[in-house]
Design a protein around this ligand. Structure first.
Ligand SMILES: Cc1cc2nc3c(=O)[nH]c(=O)nc-3n(C[C@H](O)[C@H](O)[C@H](O)COP(=O)(O)O)c2cc1C
Length: 171
């Protein structure tokens, strides 16, 4: 089996893709062979030994592509190491992080067979000027200020820790 690790993501406004790219770069720097693809583009997992899956939270739910991917590839994934992250809250307060974590934990209850080797929520990015239909129809959302509090240090630390977990099994 190859040593490839797949980093795969869902995104609506691009910020989860950027985080996935940063994680992929960080894993590559640590000597791992990485492919990166949107969740929807992934056809088969046979060539991969591990999968890093990331998706944002919208309206209190984890992006549906993540659940679809987990359902579709269940058989292969039970045999792979899987790391999971979500992009969620726009604030960094404990209650924001806990709310987003609760959404992720609840979504993962649908996949009791999945035992992620790493699981994390990262703060997201928001720009009301970029909202597209139907998000742009909601006045409360249009009034929210733009923010990008993505914690690149935390993302890099998570990736670095993940690389350590993945390396022994891949060498
Ligand atoms: C319409 C909309 C709804 C959102 N709803 C939630 C939510 O319920 N909980 C949460 O933690 N974050 C929520 N967010 C924040 C997003 O998860 C965050 O903006 C994320 O970075 C978006 O990822 P993307 O750029 O990859 O699409 C919402 C953002 C938008 C634009």
């Amino acid at each position: 089996m190859s040593t490839l690790v797949l980093v795969t993501y869902a995104t609506r406004y691009g910020s989860t893709q950027e985080v996935a790219e940063a994680i992929a770069a960080s894993l590559r720097e640590r000597g791992l062979e990485i492919d990166i693809q949107p969740l929807r583009a992934v056809r088969a997992l046979e060539g991969y030994r591990a999968v890093v899956l990331g998706a944002p939270i919208f309206y209190g739910r984890w992006h549906k592509d993540a659940g679809r991917f987990l359902s579709r590839h269940r058989e292969t994934l039970t045999d792979r190491r899987v790391a999971v992250f979500a992009l969620g809250p726009l604030g960094t307060e404990e209650k924001d992080m806990q709310g987003a974590r609760a959404v992720l934990d609840k979504a993962l209850l649908n996949f009791p067979w999945l035992a992620p080797i790493a699981l994390e929520v990262f703060v997201g990015k928001y720009d009301p000027a970029k909202l597209r239909f139907p998000d742009n129809l909601i006045p409360a959302l249009r009034r929210l200020p733009a923010s990008d509090l993505r914690d690149w240090k935390a993302i890099s630390a998570w990736a670095s820790n993940l690389a350590e977990k993945l390396q022994p099994s891949l060498s």
